[in-house]
Design a protein around this ligand. Structure first.
Ligand code: ZN
Length: 449
């Protein structure tokens, strides 16, 4: 078996791995590269393989950096099947449609090129085959198994075994512990090699209780200042986790009454899809749902699906909370709210997810005082708060724990899906703490198993 690293290699986005056996050529993930531009220039280069020669694609989960180049793959002649869990299939569809919508806006506004058209998404959707966790799927000379990664609904790590040969697992993205909604990450089976994400390979998250404290404090502070709390949120999973925690804060009257706007069509659609798959939730959440509590809805929550409703948020009185995408502030409705409120000292921007290098989110996170949003230069007067414990990703400690609690330790680990220093830090820890050989591959590097 021959593995080549083509994306999310010494960077976080653009996940893409080519696996070649004697009889097959398959891919794991086909994600979009994201940076200062919503769709990075790198996405427009040719694939380093001919899409027509690829037999199948296995998708770990529905985030854009794992599915965003699928329509392009199809446009260039890929006709194989696309395997993933049922929620991933449903979520991937709205994620790819939403990206097309953003690219269409950017094309009209900034003359940026589009990576694909809606017709390509439709064509891609016809190739999807939903699979269940833990079922072994057999191909000519290898088998594949999807296991629960606990990262977002339907997320999987993917185990590939050559018949009578080597085994390799691709972690996809791994979940943060104690996610109140999802099942925990499944145990890793025995592997010859493991390709693991390292988004937070050099960081340890705050304690869990600090998470709801920070949210609670940000809201009460906003009420006191009669200001605006902006929460740039990833539409899938982080937004629903936020709604879940706000649901508890509101219904138990822990926070004062305040208008909360969910201003993200993608998040609104994702919440509806997530409600269709209760069997993927953990037992505590299942219990809550069956007791009649709609976990993503509560008094004071207003969802704004269309643009007219979204514009009305501007004229609604303060204090107010606005949850809008994109999570890294490189596109979407959050930009309009930032233009309006970033220059005010009564505003708080609460960063709850990973901010990739080059994004506006990263600039604010690192304390830049003058930024450009939608062509306007803005002096940042808003308070910028952040909390890593909201991340959907495992931190360094959790990643090490997941590897060490495998049925048998993998013989070799490759750290990907992280910026270079994060991947390198994790590789060092894996070697020092667990005694396992660990490397940080380069783009285009191949390994023979
Ligand atoms: Zn992800």
């Amino acid at each position: 078996m021959h593995i080549t690293f083509y994306g999310a290699t010494r960077t976080v986005t653009g996940s893409n791995y080519l696996i070649e056996t004697k009889k097959s050529r398959v891919l794991v993930d086909c994600g979009m590269f994201q940076g200062s531009a919503f769709s990075d220039a790198k996405n427009f280069s040719d694939f380093p393989y001919d899409p027509k020669t690829i037999d199948a694609l296995f998708v770990s989960h529905a985030h854009l950096d794992h599915v965003g180049r699928i329509p392009k793959l199809v446009q260039l002649g890929f006709t194989g099947k696309i395997y993933c869990t049922a929620p991933t299939m449903r979520l991937a569809e709205i994620v790819m449609q939403d990206a097309e919508h953003i690219m269409e806006i950017e094309k009209k506004r900034d003359m940026r090129p589009k990576l694909y058209e809606l017709a390509d998404v439709e064509k891609a959707m016809k190739l999807f085959i939903p699979v269940e966790y833990s079922k072994i799927i057999s191909f000519s000379d290898f088998t594949v198994r999807f296991r629960d990664a606990g990262h977002i609904l339907g997320s999987a790590f993917i185990e590939i075994q050559e018949k009578g040969g080597a085994r390799i697992a691709f972690s996809g993205d791994l979940g943060n512990i104690n996610d109140p909604i999802l099942q925990p990450t499944a145990q890793l089976a025995e592997q010859d090699a493991l390709v693991i994400e390292s988004t937070y390979g050099n960081r340890v998250h705050e304690a869990l209780h600090e998470r709801s404290n920070t949210l609670h404090d940000a809201i009460t502070d906003t009420v006191k200042k009669k200001g605006v709390l902006l929460i740039p949120a990833f539409a899938i999973e982080r937004t629903q986790l936020l709604l879940y925690e706000l649901n508890a804060l509101v219904e138990n009257r822990i926070i004062p009454p305040i208008d909360i706007f969910l201003d993200s069509p993608l998040a609104i659609k994702a919440s509806a899809i997530m409600a269709d798959y209760p069997q993927y939730y953990n037992t505590a959440t299942l219990k809550l749902i069956s007791s009649g509590d709609d976990i993503f809805t509560f008094p004071g929550l207003k969802t704004t699906l269309n643009r007219e409703d979204s514009k009305l948020i501007n004229s609604s009185p303060k204090p107010k909370v606005i949850i809008a995408g994109s999570g890294m502030m490189n596109a979407g409705r959050i930009l309009h709210h930032l233009v309006r409120y970033l220059g005010s000292s009564s505003t708080t921007v609460l960063i709850i997810g990973y901010q990739a290098s080059g994004t506006l989110g990263r600039k604010l996170y690192t304390g830049e005082k003058r930024v450009e949003v939608l062509g306007e230069r803005i002096d940042v007067k808003a308070k910028i708060a952040s909390i890593g414990a909201y991340s959907a990703h495992a931190d360094q400690k959790q990643l090490l724990k997941w590897i060490s609690s495998a049925v048998h330790a993998p013989k070799q680990v490759y750290c990907t899906h992280g910026e270079e220093d994060a991947s390198a830090a994790l590789a060092t820890e894996i070697f020092d703490e667990l005694g396992i050989q660990a490397d940080v591959p380069r783009v285009g590097q191949s390994i023979e198993m």
